[in-house]
Design a protein around this ligand. Structure first.
Ligand code: ZN
Length: 267
């Protein structure tokens, strides 16, 4: 028995799928193909014109066939999504169909533009160069460039691990030699307490970072991309939370201080 590959949802195909990456819908998946072409399900994504997340719906003029195979054959179709806040805000996607295979062959705004919104919050805690490279990595991955995007992501990840190492090395009982000799997966484990628990518990997922680029294929890099990106985001999420906590502490300290000085002035 062959297991069918899960077809992409309209949202995944429009927003996350790189250009030119095809998907072949099996006969029993015809409806999923129809959904890409005709579904009016709400799509929750970033609207560059609102500069915020919004709900989009496909705009279709004229009648549509409800036959789930209506899209099968050779041809092209356009998907226009309209922002629910303002119908003038549109996202365009051009699809090509050959038999039962669909691929996205064009879009506006670009994938990178739609996908970098969620990382903007990290600008404050990531250095300027690393932030630029994170955006570049996402843009390249969005266009199916595996090794190239991976190089940027790997460097950012290594910088974050190195920053954790700079604090960890002054800990009591720090094993400098094990760290120096260790590969990325072992280093992450040694940095327990200085990196998010999730990363430490799943350190083996980061084995791929120790492999030479020449050993990795485009597809291996693309497959590892979300895992490494998630790791980066988790480290940054903790930095943002720590900065917010620090700010609150300082505010509290100031408030208490002014309360005490008022109280003693009133005596
Ligand atoms: Zn909008």
């Amino acid at each position: 028995m062959t297991v069918l590959k899960e077809p992409p949802s309209p949202q995944e195909f429009y927003i996350s799928y790189p250009l030119y990456q095809g998907f072949t819908f099996a006969k029993e998946q015809s409806q999923a193909g129809w959904d890409i072409a005709y579904s009016r399900e709400p799509i929750d994504t970033y609207c560059p014109e609102c500069n915020a997340h919004s709900i989009f719906r496909q705009y279709i003029s004229g009648t549509i066939s409800h036959n789930p195979e209506a899209w099968v054959g050779d041809g092209r179709f356009v998907v226009v999504l309209k922002c629910s806040r303002n119908a003038g805000h549109e996202l365009f996607f051009l699809f090509k169909v050959e038999g039962r295979t669909m691929q996205k062959i064009g879009q506006h705004p670009s994938l990178a533009n739609l996908n970098t919104y969620d990382v903007r919050q990290y600008a404050a805690v990531l250095g300027k160069d690393d932030f630029k490279e994170l955006n570049k990595a996402i843009g390249l991955a969005a266009h199916g460039v595996g090794v190239g995007s991976f190089v940027y992501l790997r460097r950012i990840f290594e910088n974050l691990v190195d920053a954790a190492y700079q604090t960890a090395k002054s800990d009591d009982g720090w094993d400098e030699e094990a760290y120096r000799k260790g590969r990325m997966a072992e280093r992450i484990q040694l940095l327990a307490g200085h990196l998010p628990d999730f990363l430490v518990e799943n350190h083996l997922m980061y084995k791929i970072l120790s492999q030479g680029l020449h050993e990795l294929t485009e597809n291996e890099c693309l497959a590892a991309f979300p895992v490494v990106k998630m790791g980066i985001e988790m480290v940054l999420d903790e930095k943002i939370a720590a900065a917010a906590k620090q700010q609150k502490l300082e505010q509290a300290r100031k408030a208490i201080h002014s309360l005490i000085s008022k109280a003693s002035a009133g005596k």
